[in-house]
Write a protein of this length. Structure first.
Length: 499
């Protein structure tokens, strides 16, 4: 992972923030101050970055040469952060910048203690920190091993080219590679190697703090949705029919089946607030950072998982998919709730961490995080059976475990594949009894609701397969589509639209 960034200060007066955005800058580190003094352009820079949607962190330039002076600098830094109410907005660390030549005379132990003290004081205020340092200071001014163990390092080592990597490896999370240009203005260029918004959110959650965001977040109770919403549910009924959903109206007053309409409504149901999410094609959601929601490569309960298919923005090769994370398994797999345009109204699906959460031609873009603190309910351990299926349905078993009873606690291994539902036990831990019907699977027992799906693809995807010749021609095509559970007329209509 390499994320393009810059660091700016009073030296970049008049910088064009729109040009930063257009140049692909994904984050900025702003000088908050020096010694005990606020940088005169701090507010200007953070206001400009906010307007164009570039997340930011801060740095504080040190002129401290003893512990007392460091403590004063740390307290001054905290005061400036609180002055502008930034403590819940920072998506990147606050770095302590130690680089003055006189620091080389402080002594390794004393200077390292000062760096630790700055960190402790800011952490106590709920602020995540790092240390800006160059190789000379790592080798000659600081206790290198202790710094590498206790601090996130932003390494200043200029090669003047981001493609020419630094020869130094201190486990740095960020690297300042040299000076670049924004228009005619010089600006320091940086690369970040980790997902700091996700890292800082996790750090804050572990300490009972609100997640990084523009405002302190409310806490909501979260019950995973593993069953289909009722057809009268306001979150999925269109606004023109008395509901709350503003996505495309499909039929009968409902915005389903449609992955976009479903995820938009589910986000509304979870947060209790009208979403600022896109209402365009699914693969356009993740890049729409104007919605103001945090992005992450790490799943979270209630987050919207976003996938692209083919080239983003090109409907001809697919419009992507969105789904909502309802459960995160111990191995990192995610159980999601879904809907498919032109296909299944509601289904649950497990996506594998080992596969990068990708499936087929769909590639994960990332997760859009809900702007709330999630408080789980006990319902996560025993999902109710999904009313989307009935006895006799042929489904895809996607799990790896089956049980001797619907309430069993000790399962045995089973291979995924096509299976038929033979019994349903509503409200139990493993509500479906399924029997394999192909040679790939050996499942024969009770399974979790989250581990079965209709197996049907969206109409558009099937239509593209028809165009590619994968379903044969004439009567053969019609019979094969019907046998697979698809409406031939609907598929053919979509084929005609696409060719």
């Amino acid at each position: 992972m390499e994320i393009k960034g810059v660091d700016i200060s009073y030296c970049q007066a008049g910088i064009d923030y729109n040009k930063l955005k257009a140049d692909g800058v994904k984050f900025a580190i702003v000088r908050a101050g020096f010694s005990e003094t606020e940088d005169k352009l701090l507010k200007t820079h953070i206001d400009g970055l906010r307007k164009v949607g570039i997340p930011f962190g801060l740095y504080w330039y040190s002129y401290a040469y003893n512990m007392t002076e460091t403590q004063k600098e740390a307290d001054a830094c905290v005061a400036v952060i609180k002055k502008y109410q930034l403590q819940n907005e920072l998506s990147y660390p606050v770095f302590y910048d130690i680089e003055e030549q006189k620091h080389l005379n402080v002594g390794k132990m004393a200077l390292t203690n000062m760096a630790d003290e700055f960190k402790v004081r800011l952490n106590r205020a709920g602020i995540f920190t790092g240390l800006y340092v160059n190789p000379n200071f790592m080798e000659n001014a600081l206790d290198k091993e202790r710094v590498m163990r206790n601090h996130d390092i932003w390494l200043a080592h200029w090669t003047e080219n981001p493609a020419q990597k630094s020869r130094y490896n201190y486990g740095q999370k960020m690297w300042q590679w040299g000076v670049g240009k924004v228009g005619n203005m010089d600006v320091d260029g940086d690369l970040c190697f980790i997902d700091y918004p996700a890292r800082i959110n996790e750090w804050r959650r572990e300490r009972g703090l609100v997640s990084a965001g523009s405002q302190p977040q409310k806490t909501v109770s979260f019950t995973p949705r593993l069953t289909a919403p009722d057809t009268t549910n306001k979150y999925w009924r269109h606004t023109s029919k008395g509901g709350l959903n503003e996505c495309i109206h499909i039929s009968g007053g409902s915005c389903l089946p449609n992955c976009v309409g479903y995820a938009w409504g589910r986000f509304y149901e979870i947060t209790g607030e009208k979403p600022a999410l896109s209402k365009c094609n699914a693969e356009m959601w993740y890049g729409n950072t104007a919605d103001g929601y945090k992005r992450s490569s790490t799943p979270a309960l209630g987050a919207v998982a976003c996938w692209s298919k083919g080239a983003v923005g090109n409907e001809a090769d697919g419009a992507g998919h969105v789904a909502v994370v309802e459960r995160i398994e111990a191995n990192g797999d995610i159980v999601t709730s879904n809907s498919a345009y032109g296909g299944t109204r509601f289904y649950t699906q497990t996506y594998k961490k080992s596969a990068g959460y990708n499936f087929g031609a769909y590639k994960l873009q990332g997760f859009i995080l809900p702007p709330v603190q999630i408080k789980e309910t006990t319902a996560t351990s025993k999902p109710a059976a999904s009313t989307a299926f009935k006895v006799g349905d042929v489904v895809d078993f996607t799990g790896s475990t089956h049980y001797a009873s619907s309430t069993g606690t000790r399962g045995t291994a089973a291979k995924p594949g096509k299976a038929k539902i033979t019994l349903i036990a509503e409200g139990t831990a493993h509500p479906y009894h399924v029997v394999h019907i192909d040679s790939k699977s050996d499942v024969y027992g009770w399974v979790d609701a989250a581990n079965i799906s209709s197996g049907k693809k969206a109409i558009e995807e099937i239509a593209l397969e028809v165009i590619a010749g994968k379903w044969g021609n004439g009567i053969e095509r019609k019979n094969r589509l019907k046998a697979a559970g698809y409406n031939y007329s609907e598929v053919q209509k979509k084929v005609n639209e696409l060719i």
